[in-house]
Design a binder for this molecule. Structure first.
Ligand code: GTP
Ligand code: MG
Length: 202
């Protein structure tokens, strides 16, 4: 009897959990993006005032429920000396959101280099990649048409992984829904290769 009810409870309330890494250079807008995603997908959540967000040292976690799955985000610090810490999360993650500051042309190559290093890791094989051309609210920023070819230069390294470049403004929230929607579908499709994290099953 207990098993029956537990099975029903699990069916109704338990959601498969997937881990999403949010990476990118410092100042790209990762933490602001996480707050925007939580605000969009969590009823009643107001979000931190963007002016109160300071540079991330270590990790910042947050989660959302998207349909029948739970997405748990790890937003890591992007400063150069913190980037070596990213690797510790690769083996366990189910997807990556790579945030690019589209208004910072000077650091575009640096951002692309960090992206290439990340996708070259053996622990990242088969992981869906969402590249966000952030700060689209800034008039003189690079549009997605400019950012996309830069990241497409890594087509050989990307290989057969799902990879998409999308425009977004973490500050206004524009484009946040579309990105999460795309990523959630990829993660579910990829769940044979990277099965969800289910604490009960361990
Ligand atoms: N105009 C504009 N500013 C943004 C946007 N997203 C983030 N910012 C600003 O960019 C700055 C850095 O944002 P953070 O979210 O702290 O950047 P981060 O990538 O988490 O940086 P680290 O934690 O140092 O790795 C802040 O001043 C944000 O307000 C955006 O879409 N548009
Ligand atoms: Mg941050």
């Amino acid at each position: 009897m207990f098993t029956l009810f537990y099975g029903l409870y699990k069916y109704m309330f338990k959601k498969d959990e997937y881990f999403v890494l949010i990476l990118g250079l410092d100042n790209a807008g990762k933490t602001t993006y996480l707050e925007a995603a939580k605000t969009k997908f969590t009823r009643g959540y107001k979000g931190l005032n963007p002016s109160k967000i300071t540079t991330t040292v270590g990790q910042n976690v947050g989660g959302i429920v998207y349909g029948d799955i739970k997405l748990s985000f790890w937003d890591l610090g992007g400063q150069e000396e913190l980037q070596p810490l990213w690797e510790k999360y690769y083996a366990e993650c189910h997807a990556v959101i790579y945030v690019v500051d589209s208004a910072d042309r000077e650091r575009m190559d640096e951002s692309k280099d960090a992206f290439d290093r990340m996708i070259s890791s053996a622990n990242m094989i088969g992981v869906p990649l969402l590249v966000l051309a952030n700060k689209q609210d800034i008039p003189e920023c690079m549009g997605v048409r400019e950012v996309k070819p830069i990241f497409n230069q890594s087509a050989d390294l990307i290989g057969r992984r799902d990879c998409m470049v999308m425009p977004v403004s973490a500050l206004t929230g524009a484009g946040v829904d579309e990105g999460i929607e795309w990523l959630a579908e990829c993660i579910k499709r990829n769940s044979e290769l990277r099965p969800p994290h289910n604490p009960d099953d361990t």
